[in-house]
Every structure is written in C-alpha cells, then in structure tokens.
Design a protein around this ligand. Structure first.
Ligand SMILES: Cc1cc2nc3c(=O)[nH]c(=O)nc-3n(C[C@H](O)[C@H](O)[C@H](O)COP(=O)(O)OP(=O)(O)OC[C@H]3O[C@@H](n4cnc5c(N)ncnc54)[C@H](O)[C@@H]3O)c2cc1C
Ligand code: FES
Length: 243
C-alpha cells in the first residue's frame, strides 16, 4: 500500500560531511518494513528523489541523506516547520525471518540508514559493520550501539576505527548478512560471503518509484526486476554482479 502525504520537518541537521539527518512528522502508516524507501517531492524538480527509511517511530520518520545534487541540496535548506510531500510505502524491505541466530548488517556511507531500522527490528541482536572513507564521514555508530548491536567502524584511510574496507571486518561466522552501500562494496561482500545467505539493497536511478515506468529495471538471474517494486532488496545470489 502506498500513500502520498505531506510531512512536516521537525529537525534537519548536519551529522557528518555532507550528510544530514531529517526528522519529519506525518502519516507513516504505509511504512512497514526496514529497507523500504520514500520518494520525496522537491519544488522545481520533475522527478521525486528516493531516500531510505532510517527509522520510524509512531508518526515520526527519520531520513538520512547526502547532498549530491539539486534535490538533496534543496532538502538540506529546509527548516523546521517546512512541509515535504512524500510518497511512502515503497519497496519490499529486508526479510527479518532470514536473520537466524547471528545476523550481520553491513552499511557503506549513506547505505547505513536503512540498516538502523533493521537493527532495531532485530532487537539489536546483530553484528554491524559500518564503512566510511574517513573520520569526517562517520555517523550513527553510537545509535547502533545504543540498540545493543556489536558495532565495528572501518575507514578506508584509517582516520577512525579500523583501517580498511568492510570486507576486512567480516567473517563467515554468521547466519545471514544484510547490506546496503556502493555497488562495489556489495559485490565484494557477495564474493567474500559466497555460500552464506545475503540480502542486498540495490540503488538505481528512478522514475515513478512505484513500479509503473520500468525505469529502474535490472536484469537478475531470475529475469528483469524493478528495483522500486521487486526490490530494492534482492537475494545476493540472484544479482548478476558486473565487474
Ligand atoms: C532505493 C533508494 C534508496 C536511497 N536511499 C538513500 C538514502 O537513504 N540516503 C541518501 O543520501 N541517498 C539515497 N539514495 C540516493 C538518492 O536517491 C540520490 O542521491 C538522490 O536522488 C540524488 O538527488 P539529487 O537531486 O540531489 O542529485 P542529482 O542532481 O539527481 O544527481 C547528482 C548525482 O547523484 C547521482 N544519483 C542521483 N540519483 C541517484 C540514485 N538513485 N542512485 C545513485 N546515484 C544517484 C547522479 O548520478 C549524480 O551523480 C537512494 C536511492 C535509491 C534508489
Ligand atoms: S522507477 Fe518506475 S518502475 Fe521503478
């Protein structure tokens, strides 16, 4: 079920380099699963912009976004009290029943946000690996830890946490892995954790965001799939990983 609703911005603050946390209040009733996304209407732009649900608590919705262009720049300018029109209830989300005893959650950069709601839904009983380029990009380590998760932060340049890539911080002693982040990170994880069940959230440029335009289609081992409708979460083994 999808819904189009006006939300009111209650806060919008920078939490890392070019990364903002926006809290909004509105009708969240269409948001069900961790890993879903909302499509944000921005004045003056034809296409809505997809952003993952980071958290939902009653009528409060949290989004975390990086400023990369016109749409996200405009979002960063919004003050508390501003209205934002959202299309909610989009995408399939992560399957909680796959988690098993020792789930692993891996987020890279602004792939981290949807994993927060997932960790919350798992009652904090998970290992979490968060990967960033450098210390100034790190966010949400404490928030995951407060849920009770076992959190490791890695940075490529070693300026915070362990030095290296997320793949350096994961091992196979897990029952299922869930990931969101850059394509190269997802592909490297799928290779390293081959044989262990995994769920990956894939990003594609989107048109409608609700399955009508086919603009976000990808070819998987099981045929053509729309990232906005059959995804954004896919079984890692279903994805055809390109070099
Ligand atoms: C399902 C889904 C969930 C997402 N969740 C988040 C999130 O939680 N936080 C977040 O910061 N970003 C997220 N994104 C990416 C976000 O949608 C884009 O960064 C945003 O649409 C860029 O809009 P813009 O107008 O600022 O930039 P534009 O001016 O449209 O583009 C600027 C740059 O961003 C790239 N870009 C634009 N859209 C996408 C896209 N959909 N995927 C990859 N690259 C893109 C363009 O290639 C270009 O290089 C998500 C994308 C998808 C598909
Ligand atoms: S964006 Fe239109 S079908 Fe996915």
């Amino acid at each position: 079920m999808q819904r189009i609703c006006d939300f009111t911005v209650s806060s919008n603050m920078q939490i890392a380099k070019r990364v903002f946390q926006m809290k909004l209040v509105g009708d969240t009733s269409a948001i069900v699963n961790a890993g879903e996304f909302v499509n944000v209407r921005i004045d003056g732009l034809f296409l809505r912009r997809p952003i993952s649900v980071c958290d939902v608590d009653g009528d409060e919705l949290t989004l975390i976004y990086k400023t990369v262009g016109k749409g996200t720049d405009a979002m960063s300018e919004l003050k508390s009290g501003a209205t934002l029109n959202l299309l909610t209830g989009l995408g399939n989300g992560y399957g909680l029943s796959l988690a098993g005893e020792r789930p692993l959650l891996v987020g890279g950069g602004v792939g981290v946000p949807p994993l927060y709601l997932l960790a919350k839904r798992l009652g904090g009983k998970c290992k979490v690996v968060l990967g960033f380029n450098s210390a100034d990009e790190v966010f949400y380590e404490e928030e995951f830890a407060k849920l009770g998760a076992d959190v490791t932060v890695v940075t490529v340049d070693g300026s915070y946490g362990k030095k290296g890539f997320v793949t350096d911080a994961v091992d196979g002693d897990i029952t299922h892995w869930y990931a969101c982040g850059p394509y190269a990170m997802l592909r490297a994880l799928a290779k390293k954790l081959e044989g262990v069940g995994g769920s990956v959230s894939i990003e594609e440029r989107m048109g409608c965001g609700f399955g009508a335009c086919m603009g976000c289609s990808i070819i998987t081992k099981n045929g053509v799939k729309r990232v906005c409708k059959e995804g954004p979460v896919f079984d890692a083994e279903e994805v055809i990983w390109h070099m």
